[in-house]
Design a protein. Structure first.
Length: 260
């Protein structure tokens, strides 16, 4: 399939804030960290490291999207640098992937951004039915051929916000939920999902599949975070000062594997 292209004017990515610069886990040992970290202080403080049984939902502000891309990049690192030593599968349900953000994170970790993009399998959905196809069927072929070490489903609920009946949305989400649980059991990889918010009529599916839930709200230079659910931690709230804005532009990477 030909890779779709687009032309957009973009600004140069902002540099990391001074707090983030002091928090740098790029060269930490994976056995010490006991899980995959995002290298974003407030996210890692709340969630800790992602493990093979992690099914995480990150809700709220756009810091969720930066965290998703950072996890994908850091999964490529060798284990002695805190990574999973393999590619990632990024299923994009909200047209949210930002190639410039991803390449800037790669450079910050001393990686060639073209090689990093080659190790990222990006699949994009534009309807709930395409999202179901990607998660329930096409992802199995990706795991067989590329053996990704991390699955990210970005903005999983965005395609259910308009023009779909409640019962039909529930039917599709039931199929997606079953597939995510099978992936966790069969593939033994961390699974990260992001969303701006959870539709009320789909809340029960989130409670069923996620063993970790967190929410972030950004206000100027403050981030307010809540850990709503975790397999080993009690509910927690914290606030942090940040000077990096987590805005993104939806752009296509150099290589896209499209399905549906």
């Amino acid at each position: 399939m030909n890779t779709p292209t687009m032309s957009l004017s973009v600004s140069k990515p902002r540099s990391a804030d001074h707090n983030q610069a002091r928090y740098d886990v790029r060269f930490s040992n994976a056995h010490v960290l006991l899980g995959l970290l995002s290298n974003i202080r407030v996210v890692d403080q709340l969630l800790g490291g992602l493990r093979q049984n992690s099914v995480v939902l990150i809700t709220g502000s756009r810091i969720r999207l930066r965290a998703a891309e950072s996890y994908c990049l850091r999964a490529q690192l060798p284990e002695d640098r805190g990574g999973l030593d393999g590619p990632s599968l990024f299923i994009d349900g909200g047209n949210s992937f930002d190639v410039y953000l991803f390449t800037s994170i790669a450079r910050a970790h001393g990686l060639d951004h073209r090689e990093a993009l080659d190790k990222l399998v990006l699949s994009r959905a534009f309807t709930p039915y395409e999202l179901k196809q990607l998660i329930c069927k096409d992802s199995g072929e990706v795991f067989r051929l590329r053996q990704p070490k991390l699955l990210v489903i970005s903005d999983i609920f965005s395609l259910f916000e308009h023009d779909i009946e409640v019962n039909e949305a529930a039917r599709i989400m039931s199929k997606i939920t079953g597939s995510i649980l099978r992936t966790k059991e069969l593939r033994h990889v961390p699974i990260v999902m992001t969303t701006a918010s959870v539709p009320q009529h789909l809340e029960r599916f989130v409670d069923y599949i996620c063993n970790t839930r967190t929410e972030f709200v950004e206000e100027e230079h403050r981030v307010f975070a809540r850990l709503l659910k975790h397999s080993s931690k009690p509910p927690t709230e914290l606030a942090a000062d940040v000077h990096t804005h987590y805005n993104q532009l939806p752009l296509l990477p150099q290589k896209v594997i499209a399905h549906g």
